[in-house]
Every structure is written in structure tokens, then in C-alpha cells.
Ligand binder design. Structure first.
Ligand code: SAM
Length: 227
């Protein structure tokens, strides 16, 4: 992702800025600012780290994996903590025998959290497990749909059951275009799970023309819900 961000800086930077603004909007609603938890932190590029580190006693960033660059950024702040874990708590149980996620670490939301952010993660959660299971364990289309919905719905439940301020930043619609700019596919990346109403949204050109081997491009509509 970091390499594509470099190549597509013009298209990706506005998206990252919008994500940062949305997180700060959610933070304004927090009555207490002890701990903020961000799930799907990845590169940290879409996180306003300076501001969060000043406003909260603890900033907890969670992802399956943090690469060197993210670790380096986080190391500049004494109160920013990285947790490598599976926020779905499903991965280690999904694979029989030897699987890619045998060692995925289960995760518990810190009790003291005042704000919980899901950052460009909700629709991504099922992607790797579903495609792995289809390839290696014969999961069919129907089973894939069921698992996808289930994983997104339980992520939503995690947010719903949280008592503090919740912020969901997620893809709401994915559109693919051919080289001439003609729309060739459009779908709901949430597998028809109904996500909360958006208070803001924007178009993110994730794959500009020239980035894909098929010479197609991809535009994601990203929406923000804060409640
Ligand atoms: C679209 S990326 C967004 C990352 C980051 N917000 C950014 O823009 O750099 C989705 C992130 O979700 C993480 N992820 C996917 N499944 C996860 C899981 N089960 N638990 C924790 N993180 C997960 C991926 O590792 C990836 O960093």
C-alpha cells in the first residue's frame, strides 16, 4: 500500500486528509479523552497522530501487521502504542490444518477506550480469509457471501456495543472503469450489510488508469459515520 501511495500521491492524499478530518470530528464529541483505539491503522497515513497524541493519554493502533515505516512513525510518540492483532477474532479459527492465519492473535477492546475508529477496514475484513478459503478449502460463492456478511456484521456489532464515540470510515461503493472511462462494474463492498448513515463522503481514486495490468481504473466512494 505504501508503494502505491507514493505512485498515486495526488489521488490518495486527499483521501487521507479527509480520513484525518473525520477522526478529529469524532474526537470533538468525546467527553473524556483517555484512550482512542483505531482499528485498521496500517500505514498510519490516514491518522492525525500529532493531534491525537496531544489530546489523548493513550493512542492505541491495531492492525494485523505493522510495517517498518509505520513503526518508525509511531516511535516518535511516547503515548502511541501499536498492537498487532486480528480485530475479528475469527482468523485463527477459520482454517483447518495449516493455514495462513494460524498464528493470528485474538484481540480485546481496551476497557478504558473513549473513542473507537474503524479505519478503511470494515469491507476489507473478509477479503483475505474468503479468497484463501475459496482457493484452498473449496469455499463456494454462497459460503463466501455468508462469511463476508457475517464478518462485516460482527465488526458493526463491535462498534454498536461500544459505549463511547464510534467512527466508521469505510468504502460504500466500488466502481470500475475501462481505459476509455466507461463504467464496467459497480458493487456494494459491504456485501449488502446495511452500514450506518453517512455524515460525509467522497470519491477516492484507488487505482488510477495505468496502475492496473488490465488498464482499468477503480473509484471507491468512502463514507463516514459518527455516532
Ligand atoms: C485498506 S487497508 C487501510 C489501512 C490504513 N488505514 C491505510 O490507509 O494505510 C486495511 C487494513 O486493515 C488491516 N486488516 C485486515 N484485516 C484485519 C483484521 N482481521 N484485523 C486487523 N487488521 C486487519 C490490513 O492489514 C490493512 O492494513
Amino acid at each position: 500500500m505504501e508503494a502505491r501511495h507514493k505512485r498515486c500521491f495526488m489521488q490518495w492524499q486527499p483521501h487521507y486528509q479527509k480520513c484525518q478530518q473525520a477522526i478529529l470530528k469524532a474526537v470533538e464529541l468525546c467527553l473524556k479523552k483517555h484512550t482512542i483505539v483505531i482499528m485498521g491503522a496500517g500505514s498510519l497515513n490516514d491518522i492525525p497522530l500529532d493531534s491525537l497524541s496531544q489530546q489523548f493519554q493513550k493512542v492505541v493502533l491495531v492492525d494485523l501487521v505493522f510495517l517498518k515505516q509505520a513503526r518508525k512513525k509511531a516511535a516518535d510518540y511516547a503515548n502511541v502504542f501499536l498492537e498487532e492483532a486480528d480485530v475479528s477474532n475469527r482468523l485463527s479459527g477459520l482454517f483447518s490444518g495449516e493455514g495462513a492465519f494460524d498464528d493470528a492473535v485474538n484481540w480485546a477492546l481496551p476497557q478504558e477506550a473513549d473513542c473507537l475508529v474503524s479505519l478503511n477496514l470494515a469491507t476489507q475484513l473478509p477479503l483475505i480469509p474468503v479468497s484463501w478459503l475459496m482457493q484452498h478449502e473449496g469455499l463456494d460463492e454462497k459460503g463466501a457471501g455468508r462469511l463476508g456478511k457475517e464478518m462485516i456484521q460482527s465488526h458493526l456489532n463491535l462498534l454498536e456495543n461500544f459505549q463511547g464515540v464510534r467512527c466508521l470510515i469505510a468504502d460504500r461503493r466500488i466502481s470500475e472503469f475501462d481505459a476509455s472511462g466507461e463504467l464496467i462494474d459497480q458493487f456494494d463492498p459491504a456485501w449488502d450489510v446495511v452500514l450506518p448513515d453517512v455524515i460525509d463522503s467522497w470519491e477516492w481514486q484507488v487505482i488510477p488508469v495505468g496502475e492496473s495490468n488490465q488498464n482499468t481504473s477503480q473509484m471507491n466512494q468512502v463514507g463516514v459515520s459518527i455516532w
